[in-house]
Design a binder for this molecule. Structure first.
Ligand SMILES: NC(=O)c1ccc[n+]([C@@H]2O[C@H](COP(=O)([O-])OP(=O)(O)OC[C@H]3O[C@@H](n4cnc5c(N)ncnc54)[C@H](OP(=O)(O)O)[C@@H]3O)[C@@H](O)[C@H]2O)c1
Length: 265
């Protein structure tokens, strides 16, 4: 699909980071954007920054009724949805032995169940209009998991499998699906964790700008790409890991140090 004036786009996680950058990219092209997240003040700030008139949708994607109400409010205001960007997410990096089950449950609820709730709430509207596009914001962590990111990566892999299947299920309906696999992007995703507690392999200081990713996501939608891998090493690591996890371990140790894949047997 082409994005322009007349495109009705709902973006979850639009109050900050990648979602905010996507909202800017879409609004700059003339789209009407539904800005969904929990923080009303931050959403209002984003809405005020954007050219044109947009819709603040306060919701918690981990609560089914909440995301459903946000979708219905957007449809009531605009008449439908052409583009759904399932982006809201949280991350907590800790070894499984140290991580509370409650933290793992929360990541599962927001990242994975939130994806199901959002897609299920919007899909009938996309189908009713005979076309449109869904973007699922997975992660490079959904292709190859790292120590300390077990539960987070599991939610991102779940999103990947879900998106892969529905792209095929929706064949012939006019609705398509792109999965996005970013590497490290400069956002507030892990700001809640003190730098000293981050795994040694983490390279937050080298993270890429969210705005650069947003430009690529929009191009990927317009070209109906199955997947967007950014930056390039993310795809390389996914291919290598699929071919030989042992070789991927070696490559990761070289790129990110021993903590990225310490077990050699
Ligand atoms: N940054 C990276 O390096 C990176 C890499 C790969 C993939 N990703 C993925 O990119 C997506 C966006 O993350 P980001 O990096 O932009 O992080 P971010 O700056 O922390 O933004 C996260 C967004 O999600 C929203 N959100 C969190 N919990 C929510 C909930 N329960 N209901 C509704 N909205 C919620 C936040 O808004 P409120 O707090 O206002 O609700 C915020 O708008 C995530 O799915 C993340 O897994 C990020």
């Amino acid at each position: 699909m082409q994005i322009g004036s007349g495109t009705r786009a709902l973006v979850t996680g639009a109050s900050r980071g990648i979602g905010r950058a996507l909202a800017h990219e879409l609004a700059d092209r003339g789209a009407t954007v539904g800005l969904a997240a929990r923080s009303v003040h931050d959403l209002e700030v984003v809405a005020a920054e954007l050219p044109g008139a947009h819709h603040v949708l306060v919701c918690d994607v981990a609560i089914r009724a909440s995301v459903q109400a946000a979708v219905e409010d957007f449809v009531a205001a605009t008449g439908g949805i052409d583009l759904l960007i399932v982006n809201a997410g949280i991350a907590h990096y800790e070894p499984v032995i140290d991580q509370d089950v409650e933290t793992m449950e929360l990541m599962t609820e927001v990242n994975w169940l939130g994806t199901i709730y959002t897609v299920k709430a919007a899909l009938e509207h996309l189908l009713a209009d005979g076309g449109g596009h869904i973007v699922v914001m997975s992660s490079g962590a959904g292709l190859r998991s790292f120590p300390g990111a077990a539960a987070y990566s599991a939610t991102k892999a779940a999103q990947r499998m879900f998106a892969e299947a529905i792209r095929h299920e929706l064949h012939g309906t006019g609705v398509s699906v792109t999965t996005v696999f970013p590497g490290e992007i400069a956002t507030s995703l892990l700001e809640h964790q003190p730098a000293g507690e981050m795994p040694d392999w983490y390279r937050g200081a080298e993270a890429a700008p969210a705005e650069d990713l947003a430009v690529r996501v929009v191009k990927a939608i317009e070209r109906d790409r199955r997947g967007l891998y950014w930056k390039a090493p993310v795809k390389g690591m996914g291919i290598l890991h699929g071919f030989s996890p042992r070789w991927a371990d070696r490559a990761l140790r070289r790129l990110r140090g021993d903590s990225a894949a310490p077990r050699r047997d």
